[in-house]
Write a protein that binds this ligand. Structure first.
Ligand code: SAM
Length: 223
């Protein structure tokens, strides 16, 4: 059996009871960075566990090795460094191969940065489009241009290195819609959590002034 376990996105208090129980009873944990997961286990007072690393640079063939562990009857847990496995992280490859191999899968839900950002954004969220990280080159401009006609709220992830550039590009592409709301959620659930509530018209100024530290989710209201 494969248990997909969400872990906190910053505040360790956000781990669930089911997540702790499942981490305790499993045979091994598939994770991104073994140091990050090791620290979480230490915080939870969970003794030594076998950790199997599977991260962005791992040979995709390793997913098959993990599926072989599952086929042999082992109970594995899949976690990411933070949040929900498979949401813009390498967990997807393991989950899709396990599903294709007919392995029983259970989910232990919890934090995901895009959900926390959406719910705190104050923007309409009955319908939304999750875009993850924007492509760096191919298709990037066309995708950002397409925001002009998107009638659902858009939510995307951005790294500290590119947040200013991305906000500038959104401001330029949507300059004909200056009143359209934008919310930048930074450091969610952590000590310096903030929601910067602004508009496309103000976005270039906000982009140059925003604290360029930590992790970011960008939420853009509907056209
Ligand atoms: N699996 C994770 C999830 O469920 O949200 C996302 C992993 S993705 C590799 C990392 C990105 O998620 C960061 O670059 C940032 O955009 C967003 N993120 C993660 N934690 C965050 C936080 N505490 N505050 C704001 N954004 C966060």
């Amino acid at each position: 059996m494969l248990s997909i376990v969400s872990t906190p996105i910053g505040n360790l208090g956000d781990i669930t009871h089911r997540a702790i129980e499942t981490l305790k009873k499993c045979d091994a944990i598939v994770c991104e960075d073994t140091r990050v997961t090791g620290q979480l286990l230490q915080h939870l007072n969970i003794g030594k566990k076998e950790l199997i690393s599977f991260h962005g640079n791992t040979d995709p063939g390793k997913a098959d090795v993990i599926v072989n562990h599952l086929k042999s009857g082992r109970h594995l847990v899949l976690v990411s460094d933070a949040g929900t496995p498979g949401i813009s992280d390498p967990g997807y490859a393991v989950i899709s191969r396990a599903a294709a191999a007919g392995i029983p899968i259970e989910v232990i839900p919890g934090a995901a940065a895009f959900l926390a950002a959406l719910s705190g954004s104050g923007l309409p969220i009955n319908q939304f489009v999750y875009l993850g990280f924007l492509p760096l080159k191919k298709g990037r401009k066309t995708l950002i241009e397409s925001f002009k006609n998107e009638e659902r709220t858009i939510v995307l992830y951005e790294s500290v290195h590119r947040i200013e550039r991305t906000l500038m590009e959104i401001a330029e592409a949507l300059k004909d819609q200056p009143d359209r709301p934008v919310v930048i959620a930074r450091e969610l659930t952590k000590m310096h959590e903030e929601f910067v509530r602004t508009t496309v018209g103000q976005l270039a100024t906000v982009a140059s002034e925003i604290t360029k530290k930590g992790e970011f989710v960008v939420v853009i209201g509907p056209a």
